[in-house]
Design a protein around this ligand. Structure first.
Ligand code: ATP
Length: 246
């Protein structure tokens, strides 16, 4: 569904992504894990048209994404849940959700927006309770749900998420990741960037490990979870011991 070949991204003269190739298959969760600053967010920005001047190839189905601006990428069927949620705090929960449908409003598909809005409020009942509240008054977990709901408003076939677990309590992480699994089971394809490698690998089908701008390891999520180096570097000492004693 998404094919990236030999992607190189630059900030000025610094190469932040150094010739990365990844594939995302339909109805799967693919995760990108790795240390801070290893280029994961930069790769998502390149897909979304937020980063000028990258080299290589990005194809979504048969469409090359090179040169497309962010609204054109959304119209192709790709939506981003950005790092740090980036909701609009003074606007109501409802208005934040409606903003996610701006490509549909442009086509005067108002009835469709209304229907999708109802679906989002069913998916996240807490957002229905808080519908008229300024989004800035929501808890971190609720804001993450809002950011996911907003991204889903444009009916994406591919959902990109940048660190959805950031700053959330473990129970809320579990809830959010359950939502991601349900979305995958409903046929939405997910590309998930995560620092919380354990949570990500537990729900993912396949994973890529990033290090300083390159993919250093890739494989089915279950194999990565069993990999000694991944356990040591990303799953934590306690997890490694837990795993070995099983
Ligand atoms: P994190 O989890 O911290 O977001 P990441 O793996 O997503 O890490 P990126 O944010 O893609 O990594 O950063 C890759 C490299 O590019 C880092 O060295 C970072 O400092 C650099 N970088 C990111 N954004 C910019 C920018 N706007 N200007 C200059 N350098 C940047």
């Amino acid at each position: 569904m998404l094919r990236i070949r030999n992607l190189k991204c630059y900030y000025g003269r610094i190469m932040a992504v150094k010739g990365v190739s990844i594939s995302v298959k339909k109805s799967q969760i693919i995760t990108l894990i790795g240390a801070n600053g290893s280029g994961k967010s930069t790769l998502l920005e390149a897909i979304c048209g937020l980063l000028p001047g990258w080299e290589g190839e990005i194809f979504f189905e048969d469409t090359p994404l090179k040169g497309l601006d962010p609204p054109a990428v959304v119209r192709c069927g790709i939506s981003l849940v950005p790092e740090g949620r980036l909701i609009f705090p003074p606007l109501s929960v409802l208005d934040n959700l409606k903003l996610g449908a701006y490509t549909l409003y442009r086509k005067h598909k108002h009835a469709e927006v209304k229907q999708t809005l109802e679906k989002m409020l069913d998916l996240f009942p807490i957002l229905r309770e808080r519908a008229r509240q300024p989004a800035g008054t929501l808890s971190g977990g609720e804001q993450q749900m809002l950011a996911i709901g907003r991204a889903l408003m444009s009916h994406p076939r591919l959902l990109l998420l940048d660190e959805p677990s950031m700053g959330l309590a473990p129970m809320m992480v579990e809830k959010i990741f359950q939502v991601l699994e349900n979305l995958r089971n409903d046929g939405i394809t997910i590309l998930l960037v995560e620092q919380n490698a354990l949570a990500a690998l537990q729900i993912a089908d396949f994973g890529y490990v990033f290090e300083t701008g390159s993919v250093v390891l890739q494989g089915p999520a279950s194999e990565l979870m069993a990999d000694q180096e991944v356990k040591r570097a990303y799953l934590g000492k306690d997890y490694g011991e837990f795993y070995e004693n099983k």
